[in-house]
Design a protein around this ligand. Structure first.
Ligand SMILES: NC(=O)c1ccc[n+]([C@@H]2O[C@H](COP(=O)([O-])OP(=O)(O)OC[C@H]3O[C@@H](n4cnc5c(N)ncnc54)[C@H](OP(=O)(O)O)[C@@H]3O)[C@@H](O)[C@H]2O)c1
Length: 432
């Protein structure tokens, strides 16, 4: 048998390709088992991700090698999940696509390098080119993998998350049809499916949303929410029919990593930070001026959009994914104590050091004419308006029942954390 040392790629479904990556450590050599590869894998990843400790390398015979098939491994949440699975010693098969920015494997490495949060990687990573929007799913690359794909856990993390996609049909293909096709095609090889949905399958409902609830006759704010709702319905039916254990997790609004301030996608929080930054820039208020004119913001000050940091939700997600008690249930991965808009805005202003220099007023509606600043805020936050004004309260009983100290994974947003978000956005030129 031929296997790669360290990280493995099949790009065309026709066996192994030696690749020179910027890791510079890939070679091909005969090797009898994944377990024996692990010290070498750790070596590669230690160099790549500044891993400091080789502890925890799997010993031959140790029954710890678990297999994951994951979609969306280069995405915001998926890259965190993939890194943690590798840190826990899993064999990870990442399915996704290359694009003009690079080959699939390069995109996965780039994403994982940015997460860089693991201090030990013990597992093996295999990258396979699969487009989830193609009319037919081609899984040859996965099936021909040198690492046998059996008894795997399928993590469904890919998604077209645009609220206003240019082509809603393609969004449905990625969000609804692809997960169903994948589960169908992998029947017999997977022992569990972890479907990452969203808490906002609740659509336009308000008040307490229970994890057991799905179809309450609600309407939706956008095609994204509806596609995620339909995916839950379709996957539940299919997994029941095929007797495949299904776990559905529903994160709320995922925001930047607390340690680094990083987010690979433009988050709700980034939008609010951008708004304050633009006000600050427009008025040049760092020069000691005070903007006495009131700036109106169309949002409910007491509404608490459920913002949860990516590093808060991923550990509970993985605990739930591995729990024997999870199949057949739904879990809200939501902040247990979300902060109201007024408090979040005040903290952002404080982080920009403009807290007492701005007169922000929350109003239900802004009658025209709006000032230039108000127009700018309105445009920037428009897409997030339903969530800014959401009065949903997400029950997390199921999550608390499995994740010990669930609430301790979540902290309130504070100024030091927001300064990291601001620094991250400045570094990536989202804000001046
Ligand atoms: N972020 C949130 O606030 C949030 C909240 C609740 C639930 N969720 C759910 O969590 C999941 C991950 O979200 P995220 O924030 O991590 O999103 P993200 O950063 O936009 O990542 C989406 C992932 O899906 C992949 N994907 C999209 N279209 C694809 C296609 N046609 N073929 C192959 N891969 C494709 C993307 O790959 P490319 O880079 O190639 O497009 C990327 O890896 C989604 O299912 C989303 O619904 C997210």
């Amino acid at each position: 048998m031929t296997a790669g040392l360290g990280l493995f790629f099949t790009t065309d479904g026709h066996g192994w390709t030696r690749m020179d990556t910027d890791l510079g450590l890939i070679c091909v050599y005969p090797c009898p088992s994944v377990v024996e590869l692990n010290p070498a894998v750790t070596e590669v990843l230690r160099e790549t991700f500044s891993i400091s400790s080789p502890e925890g390398i799997l010993e031959p015979g140790q029954d710890l090698v678990k297999t994951a098939i994951i979609t969306g491994a280069n995405g915001f949440i998926g890259s965190h999940v993939a890194c943690r699975l590798l840190a826990q010693g899993w064999t990870v098969h990442a399915l996704g696509r290359g694009n003009e920015a690079g080959r699939w494997e390069d995109r996965v490495f780039a994403a994982m390098r940015q997460v860089g949060s693991s201090d030990e990687f013990r597992g093996s990573l295999f990258c396979h080119e699969v487009s989830l929007s193609a009319p037919e799913l081609n899984l040859d690359a996965l099936f021909q993998s040198v690492s046998p794909v059996s008894e795997a856990t399928l993590f469904l993390l890919a998604g077209d998350t645009r609220f206003r996609p240019s082509n809603p049909e393609v969004q449905r293909r990625v969000n609804v049809q692809a997960p169903v096709k994948l589960v169908g095609a992998l029947q017999g090889r997977i022992v569990r499916v972890i479907h990452v949905s969203t808490a906002y399958v609740a659509g336009k409902r308000a008040q307490l949303i229970r994890e057991s609830e799905l179809d309450c006759g609600q309407d939706f704010w956008n095609s994204y929410e509806k596609s995620k709702f339909d995916a839950e319905v379709a996957l539940t039916a299919l997994c029941r029919e095929q007797a495949i254990p299904l776990v559905i997790v529903r994160p709320s609004i995922i925001i930047n990593d607390r340690k680094s301030g990083r987010a690979s996608t433009f988050t709700h929080l980034n939008a609010m930070v951008e708004v304050v930054s633009r006000i600050q820039e427009y008025y040049g208020i760092l020069d000691g001026q005070v903007v006495s004119k009131t700036i109106r913001l169309a949002a409910d000050p007491q509404a608490s959009p459920n913002l949860a940091a990516v590093d808060s939700i991923v550990p509970p997600l993985l605990q739930i994914a591995g729990s024997a008690a999870a199949p057949g249930k739904v879990f809200h991965l939501c902040h247990p104590h979300p902060q109201p808009n007024q408090e979040v805005m005040s903290l952002i202003c404080e982080a920009f050091q403009v807290k007492d220099r701005l007169a922000l007023e929350f109003v239900a509606d802004i009658p025209k004419p709006m000032s230039h600043t108000e127009e700018m805020i309105f445009r920037s936050l428009k897409v997030y308006a339903p969530y800014l004004n959401s009065r949903c309260e997400f029950d997390v009983s199921n999550s608390r029942s499995i994740v010990r100290d669930y609430d301790s994974f979540f902290t309130p947003l504070d100024v030091p954390c927001l300064r990291k978000v601001i620094a991250f956005q400045r570094e990536h030129r989202n804000i001046p």
